[in-house]
Design a protein around this ligand. Structure first.
Ligand SMILES: Nc1ncnc2c1ncn2[C@@H]1O[C@H](COP(=O)(O)OP(=O)(O)OP(=O)(O)O)[C@@H](O)[C@H]1O
Length: 262
């Protein structure tokens, strides 16, 4: 009797459809702190030239999401893809690969001038100033003497000096005056217009949707809504009370995931 020949093939790697042609793609991310899970199967993508805003009430997991995307925090499962390839495991390696991360809080070298702070970043001072022109008159000032808003301009400018392919920014506008918030978000828009894929976490929802192309709303670590800002603008109040106020944060915990509800 002739035996059956079984040819063992390596299974083809499963590449999510969005991963291949987007600058940043995350698939089914789960992460947490110790035994406490925070993110549950979060998937998203950001294309080059887009600003995408992550919105959600306090404690929804927005910062945790950005940290996992940046490689600053491990995943318990899921995969991050950068430019169609599985992302390197660490923040340092992702930075070398063209990802820039502005974490929450201002990190500037207080004793150095604004100009020297910019020179410390990988990249070009000129490029940074094209995106954040508000820093031009402040180049010689020690960073420690800049206002909170100016320090935030500097954090953003350092991140964009290298012309990142992907820019992640967490709560750039926290505690800042409305005019500065507008200016920071405009700089974020400029970074995208120059080709970056930009993902921001932002509490100022109404300001954010003026510059963002799309949003994801996170509640209790899950994406509960996603859509183009053009589609949600008219229904912002309804969406704010359903998803964005802390009291509205899903007491039942069972919002369905989907696109902008009809
Ligand atoms: N270092 C940590 N150790 C343990 N739990 C943490 C840690 N950081 C955040 N958490 C918890 O994880 C959950 C999500 O926090 P996260 O900061 O990601 O939310 P957020 O949406 O960014 O909130 P906010 O808008 O208030 O900044 C919260 O319950 C928070 O208490």
């Amino acid at each position: 009797m002739i035996g059956t020949l079984t040819v063992k093939r390596k299974p083809a790697p499963v590449v999510p459809p969005d991963a291949a042609d987007t600058a940043l793609h995350a698939q089914d991310l789960c992460a947490g702190y110790g035994a406490v899970p925070v993110l549950h199967d979060v998937s998203l993508s950001v294309r080059a030239g887009e600003v995408v805003a992550v919105l959600g009430p306090n404690g929804a997991g927005k910062s945790t999401l950005l940290k996992t995307l940046a490689g600053a925090m491990p995943l318990s499962s899921g995969q991050v893809w950068l430019a169609g390839r599985p992302a390197a495991p660490s923040l340092a390696a992702r930075s070398r690969g063209g990802l820039a991360f502005v974490p929450e809080g201002r990190s500037v070298f207080s004793s150095l001038s604004t100009h020297d702070n910019l020179r410390l970043g990988r990249g070009s001072v000129e490029r940074a100033l094209e995106v954040v022109p508000a820093l031009k008159p402040l180049l010689s000032r020690p960073a420690g003497l800049l206002s909170g808003g100016e320090q935030q301009y500097l954090s953003l400018a350092r991140a964009v000096a290298g012309g990142p392919a992907v820019l992640l920014a967490d709560e750039l506008s926290l505690g800042l005056a409305p005019l500065i918030v507008t200016s920071l978000l405009q700089a974020v828009r400029t970074a995208a217009d120059k080709g970056a894929a930009v993902l921001i976490v932002e509490q100022h929802v109404r300001q954010a949707i003026k510059v963002a192309d799309r949003v994801y709303v996170l509640s209790r670590g899950r994406v509960v809504l996603e859509g183009a800002t053009a589609d949600i603008g008219d229904r912002l109040e309804e969406i704010e009370s359903a998803y964005l106020s802390t009291t509205g944060e899903d007491a039942s915990g069972d919002h369905e995931q989907g696109s902008v509800p009809a």
